[in-house]
Write a protein that binds this ligand. Sequence first.
Ligand code: SF4
Length: 347
Amino acid sequence: MKETADAPAARAGAYDRPNASFDWEGQLEVRASAAMSCRRALWYAATGHEAQPPDEAALTVMETGRALEPVVLNAMQREGWEVTPVDANSPTGIVLQLTPTVKVTGHPDATGRMPLFGEETVIEVKTRGPAAFKRWQALGAERSHPDSVAQAALYTQGLFGEARDAVIATMDTGDRTWDTEVIPVERVDRALERTREWLAPLGAHYATHGADPEVLPERDFEAGSWRCNSCPFLAACLPGDAEEGAEAPDEEAPEVTAEDAREAVAAYVAAREALREPEGAKRQALDTLKAWMRHQPSAKTELGSHTVSLVRSTRYAVDHKRLNALLAPEARAEIVTEQTSESVRIS
Ligand code: SF4
């Protein structure tokens, strides 16, 4: 478990270290929670570049995540999971030598056994907003949050000395529902290898250039990505880009003034109010007709000059949890695809 807001300051060191640093042996030490993030950001952290402290909103998100972790573990226990939360005062740390010059350290949130069967596994607890929670359920953690799977794989190898099934437990911060995904042992093994391959170029960079703060590895993300926008090293990595990007006019979009937007909201609200009453009357009439049609011998009947039909449709649901457990992420990517659309909601 990570530190709670009122935990003693003495515990801070175990959790609030930079994401990367050089240890007393000259090894590059990377925190497991930063695996698969941005290698340039890790280099900035290790070589002592100044990090922008998180703003109030980011702190609130972090504290919410920490505060909800025991809530998720308690809920799992009530459903029959055997859970051993990590001791926050003396967390069991892992140290993994992933490449000749890079080691990974960290503390898992908990270990446990799933109901009825299973050997002890790592439980990685996450909290997500409603959209990210749904995306995780639909796509599986390897596609939606590969960094979480990397983290669980590192803890598994570090704690047990072998790959095992690992559990990602996630709570939706919107309605506080929670769910689990079991990553099977062979995919945990692959996640560990992927993480090793991902860190290897950073180790090679260190071996070639030493701990030189001015010689930087390639960027893992491009300006404008959400990763960069929330990166504590944005100012050093992309000086001016964030501000310019934010202020640059979108050439393809029509120019809209604040006054235009205010008028659009007023027009929308007026139109919605005008529609509300007839919509309510329509729904009531349809409910009456549906109840009546259910008792008719035919699904279609003539009433006055109109034909009224009772239309039945069947919806099909996919059990994403079972699908994610059965199929590797590559196979799933061919079956469950993502489309992003944009719309505006006014409330
Ligand atoms: S600004 Fe983007 S590319 Fe640069 S270090 Fe941060 S995350 Fe990496």
